[in-house]
Write a protein that binds this ligand. Structure first.
Ligand code: PLP
Length: 438
């Protein structure tokens, strides 16, 4: 018997996939064959409207022709050289500096994890301090200082909850985890530490647990506290950057951090991350000879990727991309609210711009603890049932959904219709299952 693709993958790739969370229950046989605009097709020929969007990058939709053309034209002209700079990197840096309020200078990486790694390292170097603060529910990548306390089990909230084995206890110890949307807790922590805190890092909207919107004045308070205590404020805009506005969510909130990390939507799916911010901090990186903070990466500023980023940003500037994705995001959120009200189901439908999420619980949804009330079986169950309708929202607890420029009004209408059927079916399944288990 011939081996299936999934079997071949399992034999040579641990778990059969190249990143944690890509192989989920109910999706064991998923092999993606092609992507296009707002959809993807698997090797069984099933096509889905894609709201997962690879966790966020393809803000214009998959295989955007302008972005692909820019990347391929550039790669025919100039390849990676690893010495000097290319014009396209300069142009991209100028554009980013122009657009993101906090960014006076910018360096490119390949991933968001590298960007947040460098942000914390430069903050420690600049302040001479050891500790950093992150928030329960925020994800900043896979490296040791931040790989903890994202989607924590209820009994793990309030303690260190590492995402991985193998993290040195010293590193875990140097990260303080606090609840999001509680500025008093941050103030208490900063006041209580005479040696100070090097950095506070946060997603301005913690999208790694759906969407916790910052309370009015919260980001401003963090800004004031960081200024008062000489702590470096880092907005991790890897999800929110470019997607929520060309200037990132900081331009929406009117709060300027010291450093900003970005990734995902900046290059519409081509691998790029970056860090930018105050010139005095950015000038500490060893891209300036003799400066003390190591910054290196063979693929940083890859010309083809830089061209993809420039084409992505240019299209967002040229065409009504944000207007479109915000309108469709709002159509999804308001349609979902109307739908659940009609069904008499208690939910919180929330999000921002192109991102939407439904928690199956009563409000509020302000901090991670609130999300412990979410009915996980409903959350995951209706998303599994949505697959039958050709709609793909990642069937995993607390994951958000995204609209791209390639989605159409009709896609949202189909999403709403499919959601109603999938939710009702899931509710019946759960009632039956819960009845049978009692
Ligand atoms: C807010 C945030 N920061 C950082 C990262 C890490 O980025 P990457 O996966 O490109 O390393 C992610 C990835 O999901 C993220 O959501």
């Amino acid at each position: 018997m011939t081996e299936t693709l999934v079997e071949r993958a399992r034999r040579v790739i641990p778990g059969g996939v190249n990143s944690g969370q890509r192989r989920l229950e109910g999706l064991e046989d998923l092999v993606v064959a092609s992507t296009s605009g707002a959809s993807f097709t698997d090797t069984h020929g099933r096509t889905y409207t894609d709201y997962h969007a690879a966790f966020g990058p393809p803000v214009l939709g998959h295989n955007d022709p302008d972005v692909d053309r820019a990347a391929s034209e550039t790669s025919r002209k100039v390849d990676l050289m690893g010495v000097g700079i290319t014009e396209i990197e300069i142009e991209l840096a100028e554009r980013i500096v122009q657009l993101i309020p906090s960014v006076q200078k910018v360096l490119l990486t390949v991933t968001g994890s590298e960007a947040t790694f460098h942000a914390l390292r430069v903050a420690r170097a600049a302040t001479g301090r050891r500790h950093i603060i992150k928030f329960q529910g925020c994800y900043h990548g896979w490296h040791d200082s931040v790989a903890m306390n994202v989607i924590s089990a209820p009994e793990r909230v309030g303690m260190k909850d590492p995402l991985s084995a193998g993290i040195l206890p010293d590193v875990l110890d140097a990260t303080i985890v606090l609840p999001f949307n509680d500025a008093d807790a941050v103030e208490r922590e900063l006041e209580a530490r005479p040696a100070g805190v090097a950095a506070i890092i946060l997603e301005p909207i913690p999208h790694n647990v759906g969407a916790l919107l910052p309370a009015p004045g919260y980001l401003q308070r963090l800004r004031e506290l960081c200024t008062k205590h000489g702590t470096v404020l880092v907005f991790d805009e890897v999800i929110t950057g470019f997607r929520h506005g060309l200037g990132g969510f900081q331009s929406v909130a009117g709060v300027t951090p010291d450093l900003t990390t970005f990734g995902k939507a900046v290059a519409n799916g081509y691998p790029m991350g970056g860090i930018g911010g105050r010139a005095d901090l950015m000038d500490l990186f060893s891209s300036t000879p003799g400066q003390p903070v190591l910054f290196a990466g063979t693929y940083n500023g890859h010309p083809a990727t830089a061209a993809a980023a420039l084409a992505t940003i240019s299209k967002m500037q040229r065409e009504p991309v944000h207007e479109h994705i915000f309108r469709l995001g709002e159509r999804a959120r308001s349609g979902l609210r109307e739908l659940y009200a009609r069904l008499g189901l208690p939910v919180v439908v929330t999000g921002f711009g192109s991102v939407f999420v439904t928690y199956f619980m009563d409000g509020p949804a302000e901090r991670y603890d609130d999300l412990l009330r979410n009915d996980k079986a409903m959350y995951v169950g209706y998303r599994r049932n949505l697959l039958e309708h050709g709609v793909f929202e990642l069937p995993m607890n607390l994951k958000r959904s995204h609209v791209s420029y390639a989605h159409k009004e009709a896609d949202i209408d189909a999403l709403l219709e499919a959601t109603e059927t999938a939710v009702l079916k899931t509710r019946d399944e759960l009632v039956a299952r819960r009845r049978n288990s009692t």
